[in-house]
Design a protein around this ligand. Structure first.
Ligand code: ZN
Ligand code: ZN
Length: 338
């Protein structure tokens, strides 16, 4: 199998640079990069791999890395462009049949070992600390952009490589957009503020959302918050190995439905997190995934009322045989911050 997706290359070999591929077969493991990464790869790449340096582009000498005779070469069709595929076909002789392989490495990545979970836990702890520092400085009067930037800078100061995705800070009606971009608008008193952030540490990501109040809220806002919190807690109860992802999604969804907001929860319950912030498995109505011990997933129900407010509460959890371990430590009861 030819592995060209860099996240998958990293997972299999340990290499964190930006140009490499791996060829993996029953009797061979080969890693190819260019001259810029020769030293880095000598440090990072698993010694089980034979390391090669490409003279021109990485695929140039691919055929020479493959065994003799007729063979089938898997490629990652979800990641290989039409252009690259044509180039591959042109360079490889007729004896080689290209076979589309989808999700093979992603399936391995979905189940984390203890060391990976420890890294994700460390990323989550760092992100939690950054969030507490943000709240300690107050929210009211600062713009969404300023708050997002401050959170991102603090995460880097605490040792994160980078935020694991663009931080969301969305106050009041803006919170009704699940993927809101922070604006140059100051947070007002008496609003709900949705903050969704994560840190990347040692290559692994965290992901968390909290919704905080900036003063006295009206009844609707308090009710929606209580409903989403009840749904989120119910969602956590449903997480354990062997559960169908759609069943896990159903539990909090029915809580929100009973609260009269079914149409205001338009996204899935959660997603896997690891080297990427969105990976397998997917917790959603249309997911065919089944939870396994070692999955790390988010549980993030939300209610979004257009023109009024949004509430989302998201925890990161590691799936175990009988339940889950919550990796997020930030409290979830409604907090008021000036
Ligand atoms: Zn998130
Ligand atoms: Zn998420």
């Amino acid at each position: 199998m030819l592995v060209t997706n860099l996240v998958n290359v990293r997972y299999l070999t340990g290499f964190s640079g930006t140009n490499a591929l791996a060829v993996i077969g029953p009797h061979r493991r080969t890693f190819v990069t260019d001259f810029r990464y020769v030293e880095q790869s000598a440090e990072e790449v698993d010694p089980a791999f034979e390391r090669r340096r490409a003279v021109r582009d990485l695929l140039q000498d691919l055929e020479a890395l493959l065994p003799e005779g007729e063979l089938r070469l898997g490629f990652e069709d979800a990641h290989v462009s039409v252009h690259t595929h044509a180039g591959l076909r042109e360079r490889l002789s007729e004896r080689i049949t290209l076979v589309a392989v989808n999700g093979l490495v992603e399936g391995l990545r979905a189940v984390k070992d203890g060391e990976e979970i420890a890294r994700i836990r460390a990323a989550a702890e760092l992100a939690d600390e950054a969030f507490e520092r943000l709240l300690a400085d107050g929210l009211v009067g600062r713009t969404e952009r300023e708050l997002a930037l401050s959170l991102e800078v603090t995460m880097r100061e605490l040792g994160a490589q980078r935020p694991s995705f663009d931080t969301i800070v969305a106050a009041g009606p803006h919170g009704a957009l699940p993927h809101a971009h922070p604006r140059e608008e100051a947070v007002q008193p008496g609003q709900l503020v949705v903050i969704d952030w994560g840190a990347e540490l040692d290559g692994y990501c965290s992901d968390c959302t909290r919704t905080v109040a900036t003063g006295e809220l009206d009844e609707q806002a308090r009710e929606v918050y209580a409903l989403v919190l009840a749904a989120q807690l119910a969602g956590l109860e449903g997480v354990r190995a062997g559960m169908a992802a759609r069943e896990v999604d159903n539990v909090p969804r029915s809580v929100i439905e009973r609260g009269g907001h079914a149409e205001h929860f338009g996204h899935g319950l959660g997603h896997g997190v690891g080297l990427e912030v969105h990976e397998a498995p997917r917790l959603a109505q249309r997911s065919d995934d089944r939870l396994q011990a070692g999955n790390v997933v988010t549980v993030e129900p939300g209610v979004y009322l257009p023109g009024a407010l949004g509430v989302r509460i998201e925890d990161l959890v590691a799936v175990t045989e009988h339940g889950c371990e919550i990796l997020t430590s930030v409290p979830k009861e409604l907090r008021t911050v000036d």
